[in-house]
Ligand binder design. Sequence first.
Ligand code: ZN
Ligand code: FE
Length: 241
Amino acid sequence: MPVTVTPVPCLSDNYAWLLRAPDGRLAVCDPGEAAPIAAAVDAAGGKLDLILLTHHHGDHVGGVAELVARYGAKVVGAAADAHRLPPLDVAVAPGQAIDVVGVPVQVLASDGHTRGHIAFHFPDCAILLCGDTLFSLGCGRLLEGTPDEMFESLHRLSVLPPETLVCCGHEYSESNARFALTVEPGNASLRARADEIARQRAEGKPTVPTTIGEENAANPFMRAKDVATLARIRAAKDNFR
Ligand code: ZN
Ligand code: FE
């Protein structure tokens, strides 16, 4: 694997993702705050080249200005959302290919949580940075997009190679597992994954990255067969305590 990816906890339950190339170049996705990223970058002994943004929410962009000032990193985000993202050096559109720390990356449309949300797929490294579109055993709230858009976005992610690492924006797995078990109580993969999540949390470890294959087997939102099903379980999750 030419590039490694590590979660960096930010704020209360966010993850930024630090990408490291063998030559020491670094990139970060969705830095919700600067301090933990700067600590991780400095510990990696590197220089931050690039900041990738999946969407405009403050818990994903809050650290950008400080990291740009500190490292001179370039900022990559959706052209369609440029008006509400921090200033972009590279404005991208879905379908476009870009270079991130020396490897090719595909920009994928992933509307649903917001309109203009994008995901970054590293096909040669089996890495997916998906922001608040897909979570382990869950998906993002539909704050701007429609169930149709989220269904299409999740389908687009579900057909990526099963070994692809799902690097999502939040540690929501424990509550997602509780809800998912109400949807598919008889799903053995889901039960096994819920047990694993409980163990990981008890040890204070992140439950992510997970993989596309695991999510296809256990995540009821990824497994929804049609838009109506996705809409129904998304609405149920919104009211789940
Ligand atoms: Zn968000
Ligand atoms: Fe978020």
